[in-house]
Ligand binder design. Structure first.
Ligand code: GLY
Ligand code: MN
Ligand code: MN
Length: 439
């Protein structure tokens, strides 16, 4: 948790952005696996945590947009709670830690919100949050676009104290990757490598920021199965990051050959992806549209695949037509912060696009979550990749897709290749950018 003035200032900035109404920011509750006492690991709502700092279940924050007054609501621990969970801080103690005033119990929160003429709340990404809203807000009410935009306008710009936490998240993530790489041996199951990663994330006081991808089937983009046995020389793609005890995420991807040097074929593809990542990072600075850097990465990948004889024709035309997406069907990156895909619950397009840059509708590029111009203080991922996806290749070939740009016959030698992705996290600085974790 940061010192109380950080949260007081954030709440004031939020209130200043809305002329009137009551801002309601519920924290998350416990989600039972099967009964109340056996819950999934508790995950606080990131926006609640941003404005109220507290990482405990069943709290609510309201902010009066006119006066800026912030009130914390929750129920005091019962004797039973204390017996089962140890001594709990009072609501007053919690409020004091983050510069808030106690508003009352949860029921009192519902009463106060029900009385307000205008209530601003954010999109409801969990059924439990819907239930909270139903207790105090009219059925016809909708999430407030004004509040969404105000929250995005604050959370997008990371302060120095947040960047220090992001550095720490990436340092822990890199430690996890180093250990996983050293530990991955032929004959091991992917799950054993996943265990190394997760153990270190927990040992550092936090946890994984998202389900780790640890796969010799790197071409399956978000493959969370860990059932394969690793063989010597397999390409192993690991996409894993830590969430710190303060809630900030790292999101790092590395790909290497298990127990061997890369083959010439593997190395050639790896070098193209590494070149795309390197050149994109070189170009990052305030004012540059991320959509243009995505296109730059697509051109570098297309050029590289042309050198390997897998693509052909004009690079510009191939990228404009979307032919590169056979190999690179995802976006270059996204915002990262308290969420690995930062603020995605607030709406991908409101976070990553604006009036100047609209999301593409083209296959592949439409998965780019961040297209707008970069600004100082943004923390983002850079994650180009090349994948050989048999099911997509067969479909495109059968449909005669982009035959002027793709040599389908040459692709036969890559059918079992898998995929390579490399991912770093950077902070946009006044002049360019800095790779997080590098302090
Ligand atoms: N780890 C998910 C992603 O890279 O977006
Ligand atoms: Mn990732
Ligand atoms: Mn990512």
């Amino acid at each position: 948790m940061f010192p109380a003035p950080t949260y007081t200032q954030r709440r004031k900035q939020l209130a200043d952005r809305l002329p009137t109404g009551l801002i309601l920011l519920p924290g998350n509750g416990e989600a039972p696996m099967n009964y109340r006492g056996n819950a999934y690991p508790f995950r606080q709502d990131s926006t609640f945590r941003y404005f109220a700092g507290l990482n405990r279940p069943d709290l609510l924050l309201t902010i009066d947009a006119e006066t800026g007054e912030g009130l914390l609501y929750g129920d005091e621990a019962t004797l039973d709670d204390t017996i089962w969970m140890g001594e709990q801080p009072s609501l007053a103690e919690l409020a004091q830690q983050v510069g808030l005033t106690v508003g009352g119990s949860r029921n009192e929160a519902f009463g106060a919100v029900a009385m307000a003429e205008v209530v601003h709340y954010l999109p409801l990404y969990r059924e439990e949050r819907r239930r909270v809203l139903r207790r105090c807000v009219n059925h016809s009410a909708r999430p407030s676009e004004e509040l969404i935009r105000a929250v995005i306008s604050l959370r997008s710009y990371k302060s120095a104290e947040e960047i220090a936490e992001m550095d720490r998240a990436v340092q822990i993530s890199m430690e996890m990757h180093r250990a996983a790489r050293a530990g991955a041996k032929p004959g091991m199951r992917e799950a054993e490598v996943a265990g190394i990663l997760e153990g270190l994330a927990i040992g550092a006081g936090g946890r994984l920021a998202y389900s780790a991808i640890v796969s010799r089937d790197g071409h399956i983009l978000h493959n969370h199965a860990h059932g394969n046995v690793l063989r010597q020389g397999d390409l192993l793609l690991i996409d894993a990051g830590a969430e710190t005890d303060t809630g900030y995420a790292g999101d790092i991807t590395r790909t290497f050959a298990v127990g061997a040097e890369m083959t010439e074929q593997q190395r050639a593809v790896y070098d193209i992806v590494a070149e795309a990542k390197r050149r994109v990072i070189e170009e990052i600075k305030p004012g540059v549209p991320y959509r243009e850097l995505h296109d730059l990465s697509a051109r570098i990948i297309t050029d590289g695949l042309k050198d390997l004889g897998l693509m052909k024709g004009s690079t510009e035309d191939a990228v404009a037509a979307g032919a590169h997406a056979l190999f690179y069907p995802h976006g270059l990156g996204h915002m990262i912060g308290l969420d690995v895909h930062d603020m995605e619950d607030l709406g991908e397009d409101l976070v990553g696009y604006d009036a100047e840059f609209r999301r593409s509708e083209q296959f592949g590029t439409r998965n780019l979550r961040l297209g707008r111009r970069l600004e100082e203080g943004f923390t983002i991922t850079v994650e180009p990749g090349i994948y050989f996806i048999p099911i997509l290749t067969d479909r495109w070939r059968a449909e005669g897709m982009h035959t002027e740009f793709i040599d389908y016959d040459a692709l036969a030698a890559y059918r079992d290749f898998g995929g390579i992705r490399l991912e770093d996290n950077v902070v946009v600085t006044a002049d360019n950018c800095r790779t997080l974790g590098s302090v």
